[in-house]
Design a binder for this molecule. Sequence first.
Ligand code: GTQ
Length: 355
Amino acid sequence: MTSALDGKPVPSATRQEFYRRLREKNAAPLWEVLANLVTPQPKPRCVPALWKYEDMRALLMESGGLITAQEAERRVLILENPGIPGMSQITQSLYAGLQLVLPGESAPTHRHTASALRFILESDAGFTAVDGEKTTMRPGDFIVTPSWTYHDHGNPGAGPAIRPVIWMDVLDLPIINMLDASFSDHHPQGTQPLTRPDGDAQARYGANLFPVDYEPSRNTTPVFSYPYARSREALDRVQRGGPLHPCHGFKMRYVNPATGGSPMPAIGTFLQLLPKGFAGSAHRSTDSTIFCVVEGSGRTRIGDTTFPWTQHDIFIAPSWMPVSHSSDSEAVLFSASDRPLQQMLGFWREEAPTS
Ligand code: GTQ
């Protein structure tokens, strides 16, 4: 006897005829779909995949000749998971893309329900302005655009010294759209006015001090920028103090300084250092994770596939697949996932499988 959890019950002509009548009434038999609906463990449709930065950068620069940042509104190449093509998703819950702003260009001010993060890959003088404040982008910086805050991006000046600005975007769009809760609009003035001096949020909220009467008003970080210089130095010091985690190397999570929770409610972000020659053991968790190589080179085994990576490559580890990292040189990985959302709902799981 097959039970509904192991497989489908045997179809018979009478049953098929009954199912047809159910369809007419917008109903369906649970026992035909139960095994796929209530899976014994995660069955992600998204697959492990790697985007080589070298290839993606060439395509991104090509797009720079085809459309302006102004016309495109956002000149972005979406990183689409090959397991769910056409969905504009890198995982079941997250969107990711690579955005290009050429010297002298700006991307107009808009806002949307989705929260966004920018992880900066290349920038001399690029900036993003969030909520009336300009933040300079430097390679390795992690920058937050909270839900429903006006934002625009720019690359000032021209001339041979100014390089393109390129970053990885991660947004929780698939979650917003699953919930049918998407709103967006443009700033009435085209470009938002700057109402606060550069570095204001960093000084008020990012220096282990808060204004004396500050009450956290949103479930999102009041700091817009997490500069790489500071997080890199922290990783160095953490490495010196140890201990080395057998799976993660030295792994830290970014925090909202007002709560100790994640900077954005649905997206968790992490930075980890793998010492030279690290050979990590396997780990898995239920949050499908986007990794971006900040420094160094190495390999990551995800399920049965091994992906060699170098600087700025992006790869994805689907839910519950064993992941093990190895490094050739000292390496730093940035990563992002829906972990805080799963933790808030109470079902996030992790394990280090033994074998
Ligand atoms: O920079 O605001 O990759 O609105 C996709 C949608 C970036 C952005 C994306 C967006 C943005």
